[in-house]
Design a binder for this molecule. Structure first.
Ligand code: UGA
Length: 441
């Protein structure tokens, strides 16, 4: 089927490439002409495992094409996905201007029936706004053309997006139209042959499902982070508690890893936006606010540990930092805990020697050239001569370390581990002061 995807960011490109990979005829549109030109050359600038291979293969096969022409994009798809950004406003609510611009462009250019699909994470009620924006343009043209708007939120995780798209737990579609149900069944047909995981529901329920899912996962993390703070103070090892509670299937092992706080483009933004939505309907979101506050405090805990170790004097110290991205397998540093740590260290007069397998370029783009930031090519270079090692991301490359070697490289045997990678007993044996999350050494 002919499908158009507006927006070649993370969600748009994964959606477009995945649907092309199962044989649909997909056109991905972006207003960024340079991006479209490089995609046509097979260059994918997002770091997502396997995405470049699928994009290149589908482009060569002819199932995936790229365009920066709105007219061409609207004409192409019977099904049009809107997957453009919804950056947070100053008050944390989602800014819908790009979504509504696309909606208006569709209304201005469409010549036949369209199903317009909201794929971006958008607040409850956005489908109605998209509908109104399209209708206003059609009315201005005195056009009687029909269209439907539905909500089809995505549940991809960065780093495993293709796998999640292909094998996700469910495909949620919010619609009140049988015509849309039939079209979405064709679109997702290749994914539901063995197991029908398409879930149809009300439009607003689908919109809220997306936020509720992310808010629930963020709640699990903040809950565990709060437990880790208690564990530290009570002399308990949170890792034992994690195993103890995760074994209960009602709780489960997933998303209960304590750490230096959740980051990324989704959880922080979505928890804030949902809390903002709650306020607009006259409800004070106590739990969502707490989830956010616990996370902010947790992000500060790495610095607190370092500062406490050095008796509040980090001025002139060099801190080695392993891991810049908000999680492994991505170069995304949006809301990454490493940023809170770096900014606090700089404010305290410390210098950073950082290593990340892929995010150094992104770090340079964000912070520019500065004398108190050295970006190293190798993880080993980052620790050389440093006063302490801090770990913010659980990249595979950090999972094993020769502690004897590490001790010989560092000026002081100090590790502040935001991802609980090492054994407190081993680090103690080698004479380290090891500060992990929710574990006392
Ligand atoms: C998240 C959701 O997991 C996806 O289902 C959703 O589609 C996506 O947001 C979105 O809304 O687009 P993502 O932000 O890519 O995906 O990353 P996650 O793997 O969920 O990790 C988010 C943060 O939580 C990371 O900083 C990670 O380190 C942290 N985390 C995760 C923990 O601290 N502990 C855990 O147990 C799990």
């Amino acid at each position: 089927m002919n499908i158009t995807v507006f927006g070649t960011g993370y969600v748009g490109l994964v959606t477009g490439a995945s649907l092309a990979d199962v044989g649909h005829n997909v056109l991905c549109m972006d207003v960024d002409v340079a991006k479209i030109e490089s995609l046509k050359k097979g260059i994918v600038t997002i770091h997502e495992p396997g995405l470049d291979v699928v994009v290149q293969r589908c482009f060569e096969d002819g199932t995936l094409n790229f365009s920066s022409s709105t007219e061409e994009a609207v004409a192409h798809g019977e099904l049009i996905f809107i997957a453009v950004g919804t950056p947070p406003d100053e008050d944390g609510s989602a800014d819908l201007q790009y979504v509504l611009q696309v909606a208006a462009n569709i209304g201005r250019n469409m010549q036949d029936y369209k199903v317009i699909v909201n794929k971006s994470t958008v607040p409850v009620g956005t489908a109605d706004k998209v509908k109104a924006a399209v209708a206003a343009e059609l009315e201005a043209r005195s056009s009687p053309l029909e269209f439907d708007v539905c909500s089809n939120p995505e549940f991809l995780k960065e780093g495993s997006a293709l796998e999640d798209f292909n094998k996700g737990a469910r495909i949620v579609v919010g619609t009140d139209s049988d015509r849309v149900v039939n079209i979405m069944r064709v679109c997702y047909g290749p994914y539901i042959r063995n197991h029908d995981k398409l879930m149809f529901m009300d439009v607003r329920a689908a919109e809220l499902t997306k936020y509720a899912a992310n808010a629930m996962l963020a709640t699990k993390i903040s809950f565990m982070n709060e437990m880790s703070q208690l564990a530290e103070r009570l002399g308990v090892d949170i890792e034992q508690v994690r195993k103890g509670i995760g074994s209960d299937p009602r709780i489960g092992y997933q998303f209960i890893y304590p750490g230096c706080g959740y980051g990324g483009s989704c959880f922080p933004k979505d928890v804030k936006a949902l809390a903002q939505t709650a306020r607009t309907v006259g409800y004070v979101p106590e739990l969502l606010d707490a989830v956010e506050n616990v996370n902010t405090r947790q992000k500060g805990s790495m610095f607190e540990k370092l500062s406490k170790h050095f008796n509040g004097d980090l001025n002139g110290k060099t801190i080695a930092l392993w891991g810049l991205s908000f999680k492994p397998d991505t170069d995304d540093m949006r809301e990454a805990p490493s940023r809170d740590l770096m900014e606090a260290l700089w404010a305290a007069g410390a210098k950073i020697q950082a290593f990340d397998p892929v995010a150094s370029k992104e770090c340079r783009r964000i912070y520019g050239d500065r004398p108190d930031l050295v970006l190293c090519e190798q993880r080993n270079d980052a620790v050389s001569g440093a006063d302490a090692l801090a770990i913010c991301t659980e990249w595979k490359a950090f999972r094993f370390v020769d502690l004897k070697w590490l001790k010989s490289e560092l000026k002081n045997p100090v590790i502040v581990d935001g991802r609980n990678l090492y054994s407190p007993a081993d680090t103690k044996e080698f004479g380290f002061k090891y500060y992990a999350i929710g574990r006392s050494d």
